[in-house]
Design a protein around this ligand. Structure first.
Ligand SMILES: [Zn+2]
Length: 322
């Protein structure tokens, strides 16, 4: 279809001042640029709000305006073909889905509580650029804590002849920073159904002290205690990008769900998915175990958004609006 916007712009109809862009129904933000936005010294081009366009302009929707530390916000932009969302300097891609462009921004455990913004850049079907600056207020999370007493190492234990494993964190960090084409679809699922002898034995963000020391750090995942051998299921569609025995998380499997979202399953007794395997939501990627630094059979489940670890349980209960 002919682009009336372009035709009108070509006629030089100066009917709108830059900055008067419609921001879309229900939006709390503002679109501050478009095909007609003037730059100093640039040729003046006109755009007419609400009339003379090719259709609805991009409009934005956030699932939550008051996310908490360790939480995430689902971002959707209607009537746009490409875009990205940014919070605290971290950029998450937005990808086409059922309701328009979709994606998540994650709030880290160390991100400051208080007012901030989610900035969204989007492009519409005729190449217009739109920028939304959406106010959000980060709530402080009250973390759980656990004071752990570890027995001293056994001086009579025979020395291991296994070569020591490299700590896996640097490689995990590099994987979590990746952005690949989106494969996830809502909803995300819990890797093991709770109930009976399956329960949450450690919450995301928990602070821990060892042998009476200070409570420090934040647990990067959710611990789900379950009998050895319980199947562990992928929380969403994706591709296995790591599957090996590691120092801390023992046998782990990492699934890349695309769009900057990845999940990790640790302390497995067995890994049943190899690197490169495509998995669907609910596919078994391993079995519960107690490998690595673990005091009993449980799953350590991590979820990462644009390189920031978030609370996976909150992706399941609707409290974040998705
Ligand atoms: Zn854990």
């Amino acid at each position: 279809m002919a682009t009336r916007r372009r035709v009108l712009a070509g006629l030089g109809l100066g009917l709108a001042a830059p900055g008067l862009f419609w921001r879309g129904a229900g939006s709390g933000g503002r679109a501050v640029s478009g095909p007609g936005a003037a730059e100093p010294g640039a040729l003046y081009r006109a755009t007419i709000p609400l009339v003379g366009t090719d259709g609805p302009r991009p409009s934005i929707e956030l699932s939550l305006r008051n996310p908490y530390q360790g939480g995430a916000v689902y971002v959707r932009v209607a009537n746009a073909t490409a875009g990205s969302a940014r919070i605290f300097g971290r950029v998450s891609p937005l990808s086409p889905g059922a309701g328009g462009l979709e994606g998540f921004v994650g709030i880290g455990v160390g991100d400051p509580p208080g007012p901030t913004t989610v900035e969204v850049m989007a492009t519409d079907a005729v190449g217009g650029s739109f920028r939304f600056v959406e106010p959000v207020t980060v709530r402080q999370t009250q973390w759980t804590y656990d004071d752990i007493w570890l027995p001293p190492p056994d001086p009579d234990a025979p020395p291991s002849d296994e070569p020591p494993l490299e700590p896996e964190q640097p490689r995990l960090d590099a994987l979590y920073a990746r952005v690949t084409p989106r494969r996830w679809e809502l909803p995300f699922i819990i890797p093991i159904e709770l109930g009976g002898d399956v329960w949450v034995s450690g919450y995301f963000g928990e602070q821990r002290s060892f042998n009476g020391g200070p409570r420090t750090g934040h647990h990067g995942g959710t611990d789900i205690a379950a009998p050895t051998g319980t199947p562990v299921r992928a929380t969403n569609h994706g591709t296995v990008v790591m599957s090996e025995l590691t120092l801390v998380r023992g046998n782990l499997v990492v699934v890349d769900h695309g769009g900057g979202v990845l999940s990790c399953y640790g302390h497995l007794s067995e890994r049943t998915a190899e690197v490169g395997a495509a998995v669907r939501r609910g596919d078994v990627v391993g079995l519960v175990g107690s490998t690595g630094l673990s005091s009993g059979p449980h799953l350590h489940w991590e979820l990462s958004v644009a390189g920031v670890l978030v609370d996976g349980l909150r992706w399941l209960d609707g409290t974040q609006g998705f």
